[in-house]
Design a protein around this ligand. Structure first.
Ligand SMILES: NC(=O)c1ccc[n+]([C@@H]2O[C@H](COP(=O)([O-])OP(=O)(O)OC[C@H]3O[C@@H](n4cnc5c(N)ncnc54)[C@H](OP(=O)(O)O)[C@@H]3O)[C@@H](O)[C@H]2O)c1
Length: 291
C-alpha cells in the first residue's frame, strides 16, 4: 500500500496516541495535532519509539480556537498537497467542570472543541483530502449517547447560554452533532473519492491520575469502577486504524461503526435531513472569518 498521510487530532494521549502508533507501524506518515508542545513532544518520542518509525510529526493545534485551526491548516498545507486521512479524535470532556467556560474567541469550550472545530478543520483541509486517491474523514462519537436516547442538539442554544450548564449534556450534544455532521459530509462528498464515517467509541480505559488530577474521591471511585469494564485504548484504536487504512472500507461512507465488523445505527433524529441541515446551518454561524 502506498504510504498515506494521516492527521490525528489529540494524538498525544489515549486512543488517538494508540492509533498513531498502529498507523505509523504500518509505514504511514502520521501527524499528531496537539495543543500542548510539551505533551505533544513527549508523545511524539513515545510513538516514534513504539512504532519504530521516524515518520511521525507534531503540529500544534488547539481545536477550541479558530485562529489556531487556521494556523494549523496553513502550516500543514505549506508542506503537503495531499491529505489521505483526517481523524477528528480530540475532545474536551472535563468531568470536573461545573461552570460554563468560554474560549478566548467567545464560544463555549465543549461546543467549540468537539463540534465547531472539527467542521472548520475539515473545511480547510477538504481540497487536500480531495487530492488523495481515496481520502477518509473519521469522526468520533460515544456509546454513552445510548444513555440519552432522546437527546437533541439545542439549535438555538448549543452553548448553554440560556439553559443550566451540564458538562455531560454539552459533551453528548457535541457527539450527537458529530454523527449528524458525518451523515451531512457523506452526502456532500457523494461522487468524490472522499468518504466520511463515524466511530461509536465504547468505554475505554483512561489514565485518571493523568487526565483528571485532583478528582474528588467519589468521582475517582466511579472511574475506577468504570475502568473495570473498559477496553484498552489500543483495542479501541484498532477500529480507527481499520477505518483509516483498510481497503475493505474504501467505498463505505456515511456509516457509524462500533468496531470493524459492526456497523450500528444512530437515533432516527440524527437521520432526519431537516435536522441535519438545520444543525449545519446553525454550526456555520459559529465559524468566523479569519481576522
Ligand atoms: N475513553 C472513553 O471511554 C471514551 C468513550 C466515548 C468516546 N470517547 C472519545 O474518544 C476520543 C478519544 O478519547 P480518549 O479516551 O483517548 O481521551 P483522552 O486521552 O483524554 O484524549 C483526548 C485528547 O483530546 C485532546 N484535546 C482536548 N482538547 C483539545 C483541544 N482544544 N485542542 C486539541 N486537542 C485537544 C487532549 O489533549 P490534552 O492532552 O492537551 O488534554 C487529548 O490528547 C474522544 O473524542 C472521546 O470523546 C472516549
Amino acid at each position: 500500500m502506498k504510504p498515506k498521510v494521516c492527521i490525528i487530532t489529540g494524538g498525544n494521549s489515549g486512543i488517538g496516541k494508540a492509533a498513531a502508533v498502529q498507523i505509523a507501524q504500518q509505514g504511514h506518515k502520521v501527524i499528531i495535532a496537539c495543543r500542548s508542545q510539551a505533551r505533544g513532544e513527549a508523545a511524539l518520542a513515545d510513538i516514534r519509539q513504539q512504532a519504530n518509525s521516524n515518520d511521525v510529526e507534531l503540529l500544534l493545534l488547539d481545536l477550541s480556537r479558530q485562529s489556531s485551526i487556521h494556523a494549523f491548516a496553513q502550516a500543514f498545507l505549506a508542506r503537503y498537497d495531499v491529505l489521505d486521512v483526517l481523524i477528528h479524535n480530540a475532545a474536551d470532556f472535563d468531568i470536573r467542570r461545573k461552570q460554563i467556560v468560554f474560549t478566548d474567541e467567545g464560544v463555549e469550550q465543549v461546543w467549540a472543541t468537539n463540534h465547531v472545530g472539527p467542521v472548520l478543520l475539515t473545511d480547510l483541509l477538504l481540497d487536500a483530502l480531495k487530492q488523495s486517491t481515496q481520502g477518509r474523514i473519521i469522526t468520533i462519537s460515544s456509546k454513552g449517547l445510548m444513555t440519552y436516547p432522546f437527546l437533541k442538539v439545542n439549535l438555538t442554544d448549543p452553548e448553554f447560554r440560556e439553559q443550566k450548564f451540564s458538562v455531560q449534556k454539552a459533551y453528548y450534544q457535541s457527539k450527537l452533532a458529530q454523527v449528524m455532521y458525518t451523515y451531512w459530509l457523506a452526502r456532500e462528498l457523494e461522487g468524490t473519492a472522499v468518504t466520511a464515517n463515524s466511530i461509536r467509541v465504547t468505554n475505554v480505559r483512561i489514565d485518571v491520575d493523568e487526565r483528571y488530577p485532583h478528582l474528588p474521591a467519589l468521582l475517582r471511585k466511579m472511574y475506577a469502577l468504570k475502568s473495570r469494564y473498559a477496553i484498552t485504548p489500543e483495542e479501541m484504536a484498532q477500529t480507527y486504524t481499520y477505518l483509516a487504512l483498510s481497503p475493505e472500507v474504501a467505498q463505505t461512507s456515511g456509516r457509524y461503526f462500533d468496531d470493524p465488523t459492526h456497523i450500528v445505527d444512530s437515533p432516527a433524529y440524527t437521520h432526519d435531513w431537516n435536522n441535519i441541515d438545520k444543525l449545519m446551518q446553525a454550526t456555520r454561524t459559529f465559524i468566523k472569518k479569519p481576522a
